[in-house]
Design a protein around this ligand. Structure first.
Ligand code: F6R
Length: 629
């Protein structure tokens, strides 16, 4: 979704802001813009001969619909000497993507500029009130209304910080904002509620503001995370923090755990492909230091204070969205089978609004790569309110879900830049496998069984590597064959039913081909009507408890002339007689098959998207982290 970057220091702001915005491109956006405080004096030549000297500070806005490179070109036409500025990538909510709706927005007198992530819910009322006082609005956005509101409070007697604070007290909604003003040229004011904001502390009196640490990691690792309802005034001499109810607060500087290479492509054509290939390592990282093989047990540091609740829990509730939801669905199957605890899994967006039954005997896990997904966060807050322990399974360290949880487990997948989630999914599955073994050992799982599961789990990274080595070329060829298909069906049973959902989601996200995932047996109850000679059907058929049943489903597809692409276990010769294409994966315990079977499906969607000329890393309309409802 939208991205924020800000800079105040001694260097030229424009290149720092543009590079920061490029680092945020992966989040999805449709327009970009800068607000720069131009350092004057400046010589202005008129009539070709006369030269006048202008002094003071000028607020300059450069913005356009389209990509950051287009903003870069625009900005190069009018170079601005500035050491203070803010930049934004916008993902349209209020008002279509257009030059005028792009951020930054200015107030009525064009003295201040604001960039904003989130949604101001009561912007309509504020807009009417301000319009009645003579304000005219140039855009259709809620953000411009906030700019005007801050402008109403901003005066010679009142600082920019105070004006922002007073305005925010009137606002209902979610925001991460950064504001600059020509009359206060030595500061950036920023604030957050429901939309992340981090302040980077550089060397030599320079500071950065960002909605995502990726935008500033090239400059500093020292950061301050703002929490909800907090604001900061960032100047070259330091950072002053307070709540929006005006209580001064002291924030700790934390050190970012992120490498610059982790947010670069390292020779791959796309981040998505790089991240698919990183999985042998990221799965290992998710297990690192957590496995006690001899005892057949698992230690998850972030859950050590929750062991009593986990032991007594009558039920687990998993909540998540999208790909993380699919991981949760597999988690339910694993935990119920091996730990014998009832598990409910629900889309966070449904859970938060339907008045679910939750009690003190419930332990809730929110699963989220970004740790910022608005629905997941709200569902966890709702669960907590009703008495459940709310724990997180999160990738981004320091994210809101991680900070608000009572405890939890980081998946340690490293930054995931490709919009389509890949390595986070297999790392979530790894952590859910660890959790399953841990909960199982607290209840019904013997040391021998725990040990056997751990030994098999430790082999998964190597098996993923084998799939990447052996099947990538084959998958690429399959993608060439089916690249013009307009529909795809994905079928799986048991542990691989959620993988069918995930395979279909990946395909539609980045190749824009309509795809549906189903439990294979459900095919007869409706989707079978779609099958004809134009329908490719991906069937996940590893050698597990439901293998024979899946073979029958393959027969049903073939009988209707559908094209079967099977994901099968190494050594399965029988399936070759039934399927047109067979992609082999190594054998493993059933509960771990999703970590293997999903890999060819990730590759298939990737190569389909490439073959169709789609923008793999930044698919249309999608945002990496969905911070609005
Ligand atoms: C799919 C995808 C999305 C996310 C979903 C939840 O490839 O990336 O479906 O899984 O938006 O995001 P997180 O996990 O960040 O809460």
């Amino acid at each position: 979704m939208c991205g924020i970057v800000g800079y105040i220091g001694y260097r030229e702001a424009t290149p720092i802001l543009l590079t920061g915005l490029k680092r945020l491109e992966y989040r999805g956006y449709d327009s970009a813009g800068l607000a720069l405080l131009e350092d004057l004096p400046r010589a202005v030549t008129s009539n070709g001969t006369e030269t006048a000297l202008v002094t003071g500070t000028r607020l300059v806005i450069q913005k356009c619909r389209g990509k950051v490179t287009e903003l870069e070109e625009l900005s190069a036409l009018t170079p601005i000497h500035s050491t203070v500025g803010i930049g934004h990538t916008r993902w349209a909510t209020h008002g279509a993507p257009s030059d005028i709706n792009s951020h930054p927005h200015t107030d009525q007198n064009e003295r201040l500029a604001i960039i904003h992530n989130g949604i101001i819910e009561n912007y309509g009322q504020i807009r009417d009130r301000l319009a009645a006082r003579g304000h005219t609005f140039r855009s259709e956005t809620d953000t411009e209304v906030l700019a005007h509101l801050i402008g109403e409070f901003y005066s010679e007697e009142r600082s920019l910080t105070e004006a922002v604070r007073l305005a925010l007290n009137e606002v209902v909604g979610a925001y991460g904002i950064a504001v600059v003003a020509a009359d206060d040229p030595n500061e950036i004011v920023c604030a957050r509620k429901g939309s992340p904001l981090v302040i980077g502390v550089g060397n030599d009196n320079e500071y950065f503001v960002a909605s995502d640490a990726a935008a500033i990691i090239a400059h500093t690792r020292q950061v301050i995370y703002l929490s909800d309802n907090e604001m900061a005034t960032v100047s070259r001499s330091g950072i002053k923090t307070r709540t929006i109810s005006n209580i001064e607060i002291t924030k700790n500087i934390e050190v970012l755990d992120m490498e610059l290479e982790a947010i670069e492509k390292s020779g791959f054509d796309h981040f998505m492909l790089k991240e698919i290939h990183e999985q042998p390592r990221t799965i290992t990282d998710a297990m690192r230091g957590r496995v006690i093989e001899e005892e057949g047990d698992i230690v998850l540091g972030g859950l050590q204070n929750q062991l009593r609740d986990l032991r007594r829990a009558k039920r687990l509730i998993l909540t998540a969205c999208g790909t993380s939801f699919h991981a949760g669905l597999i988690g339910k199957y694993m935990i119920e089978q091996y730990a014998r605890i009832p598990v409910e899994i629900e889309y966070a967006s449904e859970f938060r609004y339907r008045n679910p039954i939750v009690g003190d005997d419930d332990v809730m896990f929110g699963i989220s790569q970004s740790g910022e997904t608005a629905d997941t966060l709200a569902a966890m807050r709702e669960g907590k309110r009703k008495g459940a322990r709310a724990l997180g399974i999160v990738n981004v360290v320091g994210s809101t879900i991680a900070r608000e949880s009572d405890g939890g487990v980081y998946i340690h997948a490293g930054p995931e830049i490709g919009v389509a989630s890949t390595k986070a999914f297999t790392s979530q599955l790894t952590v859910l496998s660890l959790l399953t073994i841990m909960l199982g050992r607290m209840r019904h799982l013997s040391v021998v069984d725990g040990r056997a599961m751990i030994r098999e789990l430790l082999l998964i990274p190597e098996k993923v590597q084998r799939i990447l080595d052996d099947s990538e070329q084959q998958v690429k060829e399959i993608a060439e064959i089916f690249k013009d298909a307009t529909n795809f069906l994905y079928l799986g049973r048991g542990y691989n039913y959620p993988v069918a959902l995930e395979g279909a989601l990946k395909l539609k996200e980045i190749s824009y081909i309509h795809a549906e995932g189903y439990p294979a047996a459900e095919m007869k109850h409706g989707p079978i009507a779609l099958i004809d000679e134009n329908m490719p059907v991906v069937i996940i058929a590893p050698h597990d408890e439901v293998y024979e049943k899946v073979l029958s489903n393959i027969q049903e597809v073939r009988a209707r002339k559908g094209h079967v692409i099977a994901i099968a276990s190494e050594g399965d010769e029988k399936i070759k007689e039934l399927a047109e294409q067979v992609i082999y994966i190594p054998r493993t315990m059933s509960l771990f098959t999703p970590m293997l079977s999903v890999v060819p499906l990730q590759l298939l969607s990737y190569y389909m998207a490439c073959a169709r000329g789609c923008n793999v890393d930044q698919p249309r309309n999608l945002a990496k982290s969905v911070t609005v409802e």
